[in-house]
Write a protein that binds this ligand. Structure first.
Ligand code: AMP
Ligand code: MG
Length: 318
């Protein structure tokens, strides 16, 4: 199959109506989108990504008003959606029958989100079904933040990639579950814990999440480059591994005299929002330089630093 990249929304919508998959830009990362209400299409999504069926998909809606078509919506979920949608927050809610079991990994909850990207929004307005869309990369690898990234890995497997430029947030959505009025973060992401705390009194972190609520998709090894990655304090790591061919991922500056083959600075000003935006493209470039090891700096544990550290920890887990 020949893969085209472009901005033809009508063509993308026509493919989706025929049950085909389309690469879709969102503000978080690019999604591999298909009709969420059609089991055969959803099976194609899992197959194309090589994603295990127990790892459920996020369903993307055009508008907040559609939420109650697909899930039971407690008042607190409505409040959160009104505050953060369109945007990088995914709500896990009790699913309604119309959502096929294959979308939810057989579970009785569904993950919903309204993306904040004009092309995604326009695409959703042209079709009369929601879009199941996991990140458009082979399972386990770094998520794509440009149409070219999608094409590098899924080229030949899908007909069309809608080109919406570089994703503005650059890191996946924050996934949360609700337990009465308690909010449990299943995956840190594009909405920070600080933002969530401003709306919800109590926010439980992923590590404190109970087994019962844990997200089936929180695989330990994920977002991983092919090159082995180690996370920690950069100066120490470089000293320890100085005999190796090193690539380095740093927040704002490199330790002096570091003998390395390639480096990426995520934000010269140390801005964690900018760092998240640059993270996945930087990881891909470092993965391409043929280093023996990628050494990554642990970020400060606040704001977007929490989500970046989560991705780097999973990238380091083998
Ligand atoms: P991705 O599609 O790659 O961004 O990953 C989606 C994330 O949402 C995965 O970590 C899934 O496990 C999580 N997720 C999706 N649906 C559910 C659900 N029903 N319950 C818990 N987590 C979910
Ligand atoms: Mg993914």
């Amino acid at each position: 199959m020949k893969t085209e990249i472009g901005t033809d929304l009508l063509y993308a919508a026509a493919l989706l109506r025929r049950g085909e998959l389309v690469g879709m830009p969102t503000e978080t990362v690019y999604g591999l989108a298909g009709n969420a209400l059609d089991s055969d299409t959803v099976l194609k999504i899992y197959a194309t990504k090589g994603r295990p069926h127990f790892n459920p998909l996020i369903v993307h809606l055009q508008d907040i008003s559609e939420m109650s078509k697909y899930a039971e919506v407690p008042a607190f979920a409505q409040t959160l959606a009104e505050r953060f949608w369109p945007g990088p927050l995914t709500l896990v809610l009790p699913k309604k029958k119309i959502i096929p079991d294959i979308v939810t990994g057989g579970g009785d909850t569904v993950a919903l989100r309204v993306p904040a990207h004009s092309l995604a929004h326009e695409l959703l307005s042209l079709i009369d079904f929601p879009l199941a869309a996991p990140s458009a990369n082979p399972a386990g690898y770094i998520s794509p933040v440009t149409a070219e990234h999608v094409c590098e890995q899924l080229g030949g497997k899908i007909a069309y990639i809608l080109d919406g430029g570089t994703c503005s947030v650059g890191i996946e959505s924050t996934v949360i579950a609700l337990k009465q009025d308690e909010l449990v973060v299943l995956r840190a992401g594009g909405v920070t814990l600080e933002d969530l705390k401003s709306v919800a009194g109590s926010v439980k972190l992923p590590t404190q999440a109970t087994g019962q609520l844990a997200s089936p998709g929180l695989l330990k090894s994920h977002y991983a480059p092919k090159t082995k990655l180690i996370l920690g304090d950069l100066a120490n790591l470089i000293e320890e591994h100085q005999s190796r061919k090193l690539a380095v991922l740093a927040l704002s500056h490199l330790p002096q005299n570091a003998a390395i083959v390639a480096s990426e600075i995520l934000s010269p000003a140390g801005d964690l929002t900018q760092a998240a935006h640059n993270l996945f493209a930087a990881m891909r470039r470092l993965d391409a330089v043929d280093a023996e090891l990628i050494l990554a700096e642990r970020m400060p544990e606040h704001s977007f630093g929490v989500a970046i550290n989560d991705r780097l920890e999973r990238a380091a887990a083998l």
